[in-house]
Design a protein around this ligand. Structure first.
Ligand code: SF4
Length: 294
């Protein structure tokens, strides 16, 4: 496959992509690259359940977050090329292992390849699209009828912070438009046996150090824009790593006081969903990216 001028994500950088070369900002080639395919237990209870979520971790990323906890695969591009047909076989493998769902982690830059793989084989368990909230509605429309659950981040209400930490412009409005499209496709959250999610949109927000104002604005925006059409998952697991270790604000974990301020807002706004314990350590949520299952 050759993509002469890629405009798949909101960066619309026009990068050339073929099966060997990826010249866009994300560095993704035209063939998908994957770093790990295995049951994963680090997601929300309605996604990980007791048997795990069948996670496919895609390499590279359209965002460049300084604090990324999957730095080796997102920034450095560690991974192995996997065709759409091979991906389809991996979905079947995970399904046969008994996982609750197929969890496509960070596949924004591979949406066409994901669509092709799900057209070859659509498992009978829910398909979860786990992403950064920085997607184009036009690209998400390609996933309509193939994805059951969207799991986007809503990282920033402050566009300057988004540019400083993730190198993207106009994040807030972009995320709002993307999430509106996700909800249009999925409807309100729905659950099946064992409380496992079968459809809907769950918005994640990771609380960052020295950024409680941003977090509070994100929650207020979610309430005003999406109300009870979504679940919210508030995450306290921020752990400095990579470039963040040397950053003046990002080199520490969040404090109990910071998290409590954000939690208070979550409760005041009466948003439905999940809130991590503050003690949750980042490392326990990071699997080994060693091509397991690829
Ligand atoms: S997916 Fe990658 S190559 Fe395509 S527009 Fe986005 S950053 Fe550029």
């Amino acid at each position: 496959m050759i993509i002469e001028s890629c405009k798949l994500c909101p960066r619309e950088c026009g990068g050339y992509r073929d099966d060997e070369i990826g010249k866009g900002i994300c560095g993704a080639r035209a063939v998908a690259e994957v770093a790990r395919i295995a049951p994963h237990f680090g997601e929300e209870p309605c996604i990980s359940g007791t048997r795990g979520s069948g996670a496919v971790f895609f390499s590279r990323c359209v965002m460049k977050c300084l604090f990324c906890q999957n730095y080796d695969i997102s920034h450095k591009g560690f991974g192995k090329a996997v065709t759409a047909g091979a991906l389809a076989e991996k979905y079947k493998m995970l399904e046969d292992m008994g996982v609750h769902n197929i969890n496509l982690v960070n596949g924004t830059h591979y949406i066409p390849q994901i669509c092709e793989s799900l057209t070859i084989y659509k498992p009978s368990i829910p398909i979860v699209f786990n992403c950064g909230g920085y997607e184009k509605p036009e690209s998400l429309k390609l996933l309509q009828g193939l994805v059951d659950v969207y799991l986007p981040d809503f990282k920033y209400a402050d566009d300057e912070l988004a540019y400083e930490y993730s190198g993207v412009r106009n994040y807030k409005e972009t995320a709002e438009r993307a999430i509106a499209e996700m909800i249009r496709q999925t409807g309100k959250p729905r659950f099946g046996g064992g409380g496992m999610i079968t459809g809907g949109t769950v918005i994640r927000h990771l609380v960052l150090p020295s950024a409680t104002k941003n977090s509070i604005e994100v929650l207020k925006t979610i309430k005003a824009r999406f109300g009870d059409s979504v679940l919210v998952s508030l995450m306290a697991q921020y752990t400095p790593c990579g470039e963040a270790l040397a950053h003046k604000k990002l080199s520490r974990k969040i404090t109990a006081r910071e998290y409590q301020r954000v939690l208070d807002t979550l409760f005041e706004l009466d948003l439905d969903g999940y809130a991590q314990e503050l003690e949750s350590s980042g490392e326990e949520f990071i699997p080994d990216f060693d091509l397991t299952g690829v």
